[in-house]
Design a protein around this ligand. Structure first.
Ligand SMILES: C[S@@+](CC[C@H](N)C(=O)[O-])C[C@H]1O[C@@H](n2cnc3c(N)ncnc32)[C@H](O)[C@@H]1O
Length: 497
């Protein structure tokens, strides 16, 4: 890491306004590399108090790794890229990254490349077992799509890689998955290439969901005005938080972006930070499934998460005024505005759908106590039936997660009885990895291969994701039942009066 930080300093990367301050390391004035086991692992921590809007890192254009800068130093690559312009910019950058990797120590970015993760947990890297473990049809379908997309993009780029004479290991599907996952999870947005750029040191910032910084204290206004530019998307993905459907004003994010005047990528503190706190960056607004797809992780608490449940076709056709993806349940269990409005409409008899009723529907208002009771009952029963149809319950998933944690313990020693207590999913995993016989031999530590460990990490993510999904459905049932109690009381009250 020290060699890398020195290399970056020599290129002008700096966490200080005075970039001539140190040539030994590009960090130390505002940030330092640290481990945050509960929030992304390796990341950047504040080495002093940071104020919202303060410039915390500057990466000059010459340090950015993108197609343009990679081909600038290599005529053979440049010529080959020109022959394959029909590939997407992300495919081209993936090949350039693999080509640069194949150079080993001769690469100009060698010091950076050696610190890239070796493996990723994005959905496109999931095997059959981990994919099935997601259980929810939509999530399995998204995973299948991600896997198929990676494979077809790899095949399309085959001729390009062959032409470059890349060694077979750099042309393999596994290498391709690594390169495309690196690009998906680490590139920052630049205006001149939609594939984005790899930004040494700046790609060590872990993720903070937009909106989660709203409750923290504001920095002095002038700090924002003097150093923080407007509306910068920091990733390839949309980074402006969408106006919340319940009416919250859209928030413009101020994490950073490429600054033409400074000819550098500039990153700013998105809130105040205390000494030692992890400094985070917003990569965009994502549901947990999207985080898994593009970044290979998810958040237990994610205010942007959305839970979709299968709905009747007639309901979708009725909901034409709201997009299909607005019919969901918030992570806290509250059905979305569009979902409740559509259900109110759907559950009112055709003969009663007059103008005044429709006005109430579009205004998001309750139509009648009777209709609201039907809506809440329907939602509660629907969530209940979705939960019942899934292969495991919340409690079973909690136990499976606990067992995975046990299996991930490096000094794992299990007694035969503990093994016998495992449920069918854990047994299937152990059998698939030929571990069943080894586990449970009293007192003997079990050696788990790197490959099995990688599979276990992905499996864990799948179980964690489906558990979060189920908890949201269970919370939705509680929410509806609470509403029902309240509505029944009102209804009875009305009748009594
Ligand atoms: C741009 S990198 C951030 C630095 C990364 N931790 C590293 O060691 O290189 C993005 C990756 O970090 C991890 N990550 C970022 N934020 C996270 C978070 N809040 N929770 C868990 N993992 C996170 C994910 O693996 C993601 O794909």
């Amino acid at each position: 890491m020290e060699t890398f930080l020195r290399w970056a300093a020599e290129l002008g990367v700096s966490d200080s306004i005075d970039s001539s301050q140190s040539r030994d390391s590009c960090l130390g004035h505002s940030l330092s590399v640290a481990d945050f086991p509960l929030a992304g692992g390796r990341g950047l921590g504040a080495v002093r108090e940071l104020r919202k809007g303060e410039l915390v890192l500057k990466v000059p254009r010459n340090a950015l790794m993108n197609t343009e800068s990679i081909v600038a130093n290599d005529e053979k690559l440049r010529n080959a890229v020109n022959l394959h312009r029909s590939l997407s910019s992300t495919q081209i950058l993936s090949v350039c990254l693999l080509y640069e990797m194949s150079k080993g120590k001769k690469s100009l970015w060698y010091q950076y490349l050696v610190h890239l993760p070796r493996d990723y947990d994005l959905l496109s890297t999931f095997g059959e077992f981990e994919k099935k473990a997601l259980q929810v049809e939509d999530a399995v379908w998204v995973t299948e799509k991600a896997i198929a997309k990676s494979q077809s993009e790899w095949k399309e780029a085959g001729a390009f890689m062959k032409e470059l004479d890349l060694k077979p290991k750099f042309q393999s599907l596994q290498a391709w998955l690594w390169a495309s996952a690196t690009i998906s999870s680490r590139t920052l947005h630049i205006p001149w290439d939609s594939a984005g750029c790899l930004c040494p040191v700046a790609d060590l910032f872990n993720y903070d969901a937009p909106g989660d910084d709203l409750n923290t204290s504001e920095g002095p206004e002038n700090a924002m005005q003097t150093s923080s530019p407007q509306a910068i998307s920091t990733t390839n993905h949309e980074c402006l938080s969408n106006a919340d459907e319940e009416g919250l004003v859209s928030e413009r994010l101020t994490d950073g972006g490429f600054d033409e005047d400074a000819n550098a990528y500039c990153l700013y503190a998105r809130r105040n930070y205390q000494l030692g706190e992890q400094v985070l960056l917003c990569y965009g607004t994502y549901t947990n499934l999207e985080l898994l797809e593009h970044y290979g992780f998810m958040l237990e608490e994610n205010s942007n998460d959305k839970v979709f449940i299968p709905l009747e076709t007639s309901l979708y056709s009725l909901a034409s005024s709201w997009p299909k993806d607005s019919l969901y349940i918030h992570q806290d269990g509250k059905p979305s505005f569009a979902l409740v409005s559509t259900l109110r409409h759907w559950l009112i008899p055709q003969s009663q759908r007059d103008k005044s009723v429709m006005r109430l529907v579009y205004a998001g208002s309750q139509i009648s106590v009777k209709n609201e009771i039907l809506v809440m009952k329907w939602m509660s029963e629907k969530c209940g039936s979705v939960l019942r149809d899934l292969p495991t319950s919340v409690i079973e998933d909690t136990v499976i997660l606990h067992n995975i944690d046990k299996l991930q313990d490096p000094g794992l020693r299990l007694e035969k009885e503990e093994r016998e207590a495992f449920g069918s999913e854990v047994r299937a995993f152990l059998n698939a990895n030929h571990l069943w016989d080894d586990i449970g031999l009293s007192g003997k530590a079990v050696e788990i291969s790197r490959k099995t460990n990688r599979m276990m990490c992905k499996w864990r993510l799948s179980v964690q994701w489906r558990l979060r999904y189920k908890r949201t459905l269970a919370d939705c049932i509680s929410y509806c039942n609470e509403k029902l109690n309240h509505l029944s009381a009102t209804n009875n009250g009305i009748r009594y009066l």
